[in-house]
Write a protein that binds this ligand. Structure first.
Ligand SMILES: Nc1ncnc2c1ncn2[C@@H]1O[C@H](COP(=O)(O)OP(=O)(O)OP(=O)(O)O)[C@@H](O)[C@H]1O
Ligand SMILES: [Mg+2]
Length: 327
């Protein structure tokens, strides 16, 4: 990555995404700015409920009700994805940008054979004939190293194991050679080691076809191993972004420091995010000022009152924390 001239593929600005629930407005994403570069693997991490999936859904304008994008922009190759018509979005979704959902069954229809539904997608998205689509699907199933891909095409989703389904979903996501894949790691069901192997396979395949990946994961070992950059979310905000090496070797935000405190070295496998003391904040009534202040050992009066800006504390290493503001 370092040697390549960085060009921006996706640019998110001041994005707000809220869920309007009977209990109140859940501010799942509040004021997120994020650039994603061509060809990079960007990991998105942070504890459960901080807004990672919501941010991923927003990019495809797929935030489920009662949620919606309230304001902000998501520029992809000159077009604001938040303002496109259904038809325009349909041209992009599943072709130029694909998403691997947390639940593999969200992308698969239980009543159709794997092969038939994959062929349908390819015919529809790439406008090729069935014979051509079949070849593309078969190659994609081979690429994700499923044994007997011909036979898999005849199976129904429920006839496959969780790990196999995950591979099928990856095959679907890369079959159209998209520019961007948003991969939301399954949080349950799969064995952590199998999951890590599948994420690594996805990244390997993406690199081969020069596809950019936003990898939503809890597995810091995988992040250290395969990602170029990492963005850390906390309570609807991105609080730190930088190269994986910089963030792991010198985390700046007190939250990131806590997250990585159990990851002393980047070359060892760490299976899941460690937990940090204190409560996960409510996103209906988030804490004022810095949202991390109630759990932060360094919180000052200013942190309790004023939201910190994103600060470039080191070259290409950004942190949303008053500790790094120039005095
Ligand atoms: N359909 C929904 N209706 C209401 N609130 C929702 C909905 N989906 C998500 N939320 C809320 O939005 C916030 C962000 O959720 P989101 O699923 O984006 O988190 P996440 O970081 O992906 O978590 P996880 O790591 O557990 O997948 C949470 O407070 C969650 O409860
Ligand atoms: Mg999620």
């Amino acid at each position: 990555m370092e040697n390549l001239k960085k060009s921006i593929l996706l640019s998110i600005r001041n994005l707000h995404v809220y869920y309007y629930t009977p209990d109140g407005v859940v501010k799942a994403v509040s004021g997120v700015d994020l650039d994603v570069y061509h060809g990079e693997i960007l990991a998105l991490v942070g504890e459960s409920g901080c807004g990672k999936t919501t941010l991923g859904y927003s990019i495809l304008n797929l935030v489920p009700p009662p949620g919606r994008i309230v304001s902000g922009s998501i520029i992809f190759e000159g077009r604001d994805l938040t303002r496109l018509s259904r038809k325009e979005l349909d041209e992009i979704r599943g072709k130029e940008i694909t998403m691997i959902f947390q639940d593999p069954m969200a992308s698969l229809n239980p009543v159709f054979r794997i092969g038939d539904q994959m062929i349908d997608v390819v015919v529809h998205k790439l406008r090729v004939d069935k014979a051509e689509a079949r070849k593309i699907v078969l190659n994609a199933l081979k690429a994700v190293r499923l044994p007997n891909p011909e036979e898999i095409m005849h199976r129904y989703p429920h006839e496959l194991s969780g790990g196999m389904l995950q591979r099928v979903v990856i095959a679907m996501a890369i079959s159209t050679k998209p520019k961007l894949v948003i991969a939301d790691e399954p949080t349950t069901a799969l064995d952590v080691t199998i999951q890590a192997a599948i994420l690594k396979l996805l990244v390997e395949l993406a690199r081969e076809i020069n596809t950019t990946v936003i990898l939503i994961t809890h597995n810091m070992g995988v992040v250290a191993e395969v990602a170029d950059r990492v963005a850390v979310m906390y309570a609807g905000h991105i609080i730190e972004v930088g190269n994986v090496f910089d963030v792991f070797s010198k985390p700046l935000h007190p939250y990131t420091k806590g997250l990585l405190s159990c990851v002393p070295r980047v070359d060892i496998e760490v299976e899941a995010l460690p937990t940090i003391g204190g409560d996960v904040p409510s996103l209906i009534n988030p804490p004022p000022g810095c949202r991390f202040h109630p759990r932060c050992p360094y919180a000052s009066e200013k942190c309790r009152r004023e939201e910190p800006p994103m600060i470039e504390a080191e070259p290409d290493h950004f942190v949303k924390c008053w500790l790094y503001a120039k005095r």
